[in-house]
Design a protein around this ligand. Structure first.
Ligand code: 5CA
Length: 438
């Protein structure tokens, strides 16, 4: 992509409405535009990041055995009246009437709808277990939408729903999601700590929130400092009971909780070792048994012809919130530092002398080669000063900056900068390209 043709409305000044760094940087780097309180349009650069995050979530859900579906955003009120949540949700639910005066709503989550869909097809225990997920926009009319996409009213969520015959099956489904979540966040360069949690309005006994540490986080965090040393991507564990049992046991035995109430439970950690911090909730998993299957009459016929209500769990990831959360975890004074796995482009190509025959030719050549190699590149081909180009590239935070200038070319070199460390290297064009291909 050529920057001269790209829709990238960056801002020089800090927007006054943004209280936290990720919100400021998202507005300044031209990722999103607020269209109403807590509702955002995704601009090209931000949309690329959102899609990358979504794809990592999708790959890890698929690897765990879950299957992707897509349910609508608009739901009929009847299903929610059956579960009793039509009233419970109160003002947070956006209620709509269609032209026939039917009560509809913009879905804040999908337990009722998926249960209704599932029960209309699955009648026998032989068709269990299943786990279905979708990645779809949700609406919650939050009293105080704030911090940009972190607490929006409309937001993108991955929500998965597991269906099992008994508790043992539901526990296995829960453990699979537990592993998939740890892998998902780690792939985005995040350290997510699973915390025992109350399951709130959703209900249930087995529940974990996944929290990444950040000073601006809305949740308090109490955990064992050893959490920070763990890396789920270093562990080889497969999606079967035998391997998941000890894995989840080990990962949940280190103390972690999000509320004062659970804090006394960690008596085995001396106070001076307990990590007390703030964090951002980027996911939440729940086991809730038959809480929805009973009121919605969702059951299968068991091996002896008996009726068995479905054992269920639900598993959410805040996909749009993650864009903000990743920035909170990875930025410096100059701007965003995207982890490579979610970066909108891998390389920013900077032409220091736009319009000069030699730099233009080399840049065009590099640009073509990177595109041919399917390496995402944003080419700053504008007639702007070096300072503006450097600052802009730092602000939008692409992982690698390839700088082409007349002085370097005299020596047959270009400069390759790694945004994360600021480290710069002078390399021949070929070795720079080889390094970026690696
Ligand atoms: N039905 C369950 C699981 S699918 C559920 O809705 N869980 S939740 O309420 O915890 O939401 C799941 C995730 O969505 C949260 O962990 C959070 O990361 C994200 N989320 C929730 N509310 C918002 C919001 N207002 N703005 C952005 N992300 C949100």
């Amino acid at each position: 992509m050529r920057l001269s043709q790209y829709f990238l409305p960056t801002l020089k000044e800090n927007p006054t409405e943004a209280q936290i760094v990720s919100h400021r940087l998202m507005l300044r780097a031209g990722l999103v535009r607020q269209t109403s309180a807590g509702i955002y349009a995704w601009l090209p650069l931000g949309f690329r990041v959102l899609k990358k995050i979504e794809q990592i979530v999708r790959e890890e859900q698929d690897a765990s055995g879950a299957q992707e579906v897509l349910m609508p955003t608009i739901q009929p009120a009847e299903l929610w009246q059956l579960s009793g949540r039509y009233d419970v949700y109160g003002k947070e639910m956006l209620r709509i009437k269609d032209r026939h005066e039917r009560d509809m709503l913009y879905g804040p989550t999908n337990e009722e709808m998926i249960t209704d869909i599932f029960k209309s097809f699955v009648k026998s225990y032989r068709d269990l277990p299943r786990n279905l997920y979708h990645i779809q926009w949700k609406f919650r009319d939050e009293v105080r939408p704030r911090f940009g996409v972190m607490r929006g009213r409309e937001f993108l969520m991955k929500d998965a729903y597991s269906f099992d015959l008994d508790f043992a099956g539901a526990k296995l489904a829960y453990q699979k999601m537990f592993l998939a979540y740890l892998r998902t966040y780690a792939r985005m360069g995040l350290k997510a700590i699973p915390m025992r949690a109350d399951s709130g309005a959703i209900g249930g006994d087995m529940s974990h929130e996944f929290i990444i540490l950040a000073d601006t986080g809305e949740s308090a965090v109490y955990c064992h400092p050893d959490w920070l040393k763990l890396d789920p991507l270093n562990e080889s564990v497969s999606y079967n009971q035998k391997e998941l049992d000890p894995f989840v046991e080990r990962w949940t035995s280190l103390y972690a909780a999000t509320d004062e109430k659970h804090k006394p439970g960690c008596a085995n950690i001396p106070d001076n070792q307990l990590l007390t911090a703030r964090g951002i909730e980027v996911g939440h998993i729940f086991y809730f048994g038959t809480k929805y299957s009973k009121p919605l009459n969702a059951f299968v016929t068991g091996p002896n012809g008996e009726q068995i209500f479905l054992e269920m769990g639900s598993y959410g990831i805040g996909v749009s919130r993650l864009v903000g959360a990743i920035i909170e975890a990875s930025h410096d004074d100059n701007g965003i530092i995207w982890p490579e796995s979610v970066a909108p482009f891998k390389v920013g190509l900077i032409n220091l002398k736009q319009g000069a025959a030699q730099t233009d030719k080399v840049c065009e050549d590099i640009y073509t080669k990177l595109n041919q190699a399917k390496i995402d590149v944003l080419y700053d081909d504008r007639s702007e000063s070096a300072g503006i180009k450097f600052n802009g590239m730092d602000l939008i935070g692409l992982p690698w900056h390839l700088v082409v200038g007349p002085r370097g070319l005299e020596k047959n070199v270009v400069e390759l900068k790694y945004r994360k460390t600021g480290e710069r290297q002078e390399l021949s064009i070929d070795s720079a390209l080889a390094k970026l291909a690696g």
